[in-house]
Structure formats: structure tokens, C-alpha cells
Design a binder for this molecule. Sequence first.
Ligand SMILES: [Zn+2]
Length: 111
Amino acid sequence: MTKEDKEKLLKIIVAEKDNLLVNIKSLEEGSKPVAPDDAIGRLTRMDAINAKSINEANLNTAKVKLVKLERALSKLDDPDFGICAICEEPIPVGRIMLIPETTVCVQCADK
Ligand SMILES: [Zn+2]
């Protein structure tokens, strides 16, 4: 990975993190307990509870991704950054740009 690639990747990770933080904030708003006598409009209470559990699943996914992105960010300057954790071959730059939190190459991810 070249210095330019790393700078580009750093920007991608920071931008993704910002997006995630906004996302997490709005998901957290939607994960508040559903009050039994809430005036929910067209949604029934069951719908609200279903929406809440989907919300919580999305929130978990977003939080896991955030942790992975932060890990990638902290490892950006490591000599083994961008090296597949399984086969130890370099991960193609294109893949890292697309999924910065990845630690394995396409071949190993498919296994
Ligand atoms: Zn691999």
C-alpha cells in the first residue's frame, strides 16, 4: 500500500465513521422503550415493537462496524496492515478501500 493509498483510506475511514456515528445516534433514538399508551399514529404497538427490534439489530451491526473501523484506523500504520490475516498475502487495495474494516482477502473471506 502506498502512502497516497493510506491517506485516501484514512479519509474513507474517517468519513465512514462520521456516517456511522450519525446513524447510531438516530438508531438509538428509535431504540427507546415503546410506551404502552404512546400515540403512535398509524403504527400499532406491535408494529412499533417490531420496528424497535429491527432498529436494535441495525444498531448492533453499526456498533460492531464502528469498532472494526476504529481498529483499522489504529492499525493503519502497522507494517502488517492490509495483509490477509489468514493467508498473509496482501489484500488488494481496491478491497480495502471498499471495506476498510476487512482483515482477510476475498479468497479467504469466501472460505
Ligand atoms: Zn487471504
